[in-house]
Design a protein around this ligand. Structure first.
Ligand SMILES: Nc1ncnc2c1ncn2[C@@H]1O[C@H](COP(=O)(O)OP(=O)(O)OP(=O)(O)O)[C@@H](O)[C@H]1O
Ligand SMILES: [Mg+2]
Length: 186
């Protein structure tokens, strides 16, 4: 039920090929992020943001982290996108909806790690960006870490998320990583 796309189910940090120092740094940051799950106090809740070009392995590494949280730490992980969060919240308003908006926000707020892909792809309505804010803020209050993935650069991301959300990504040592090498897809 993790939502990790089938394509990424076999991805690990080990099978991510490292061919430059920047890639090794990202792998080290991913490992440091994961190790926090084994600390007695639990994860600090600091976020991780992966920005950069297409085909550089952002979804690969995020999926590898989610799989490790599930398999190695026995935790819960969910891979989603801004458009999925918005769709679920929109559907919760229909008369025959299975879940209320509150239930959806609470569920997203409670995974040990949540990956939100495709940040900044759609500009969306105010109501939609509020749903994203509510999810991220709930996780922030629960001290649960969130991984954000985007093709935007840092200034565009700040613009797309707004100051209050952008601030939460950086809180408590939250990392913003640039994937600035060529596409692995060739
Ligand atoms: N360094 C690498 N070693 C091994 N496989 C890689 C590496 N980089 C990318 N890949 C593989 O290439 C494919 C594309 O990577 P991925 O989908 O993670 O890129 P992305 O950064 O999320 O791209 P996009 O921004 O288009 O979503 C995946 O199958 C991934 O496993
Ligand atoms: Mg991707």
């Amino acid at each position: 039920n993790s939502g990790i796309p089938k394509r990424f189910l076999g991805k690990t940090l080990k099978n991510y090929q490292v061919s430059c120092k920047e890639q090794q740094d990202v792998i080290n940051d991913a490992k440091a992020f994961l190790i926090e799950f084994s600390s007695p106090q639990g994860h600090s809740g600091r976020c991780m943001t992966m920005l950069g070009n297409t085909g550089t392995g952002k979804s690969h590494i995020a999926s590898a982290i989610a799989l490790c949280v599930i398999k190695h730490y026995g935790g819960t992980a969910r891979f989603t996108s801004v458009s999925e969060i918005n769709r679920l919240v929109r559907e919760s308003k229909s008369y025959n909806a299975e879940y209320t908006e509150t239930e959806i926000i609470t569920a997203f707020g409670n995974y040990d790690v949540l990956i939100i892909d495709e940040v900044g792809v759609q500009s969306g309505t105010d109501a939609e960006s509020r749903a994203l804010f509510d999810v991220v803020n709930t996780r922030y209050q629960n001290m649960k870490p969130t991984i954000f993935i985007s093709n935007l650069n840092i200034n565009q991301l700040k613009e797309a998320l707004g100051e209050r959300l952008f601030d939460r990504l950086k809180e408590g040592g939250g990392l913003i990583l640039g994937f600035n090498w060529g596409s692995y897809r060739g």
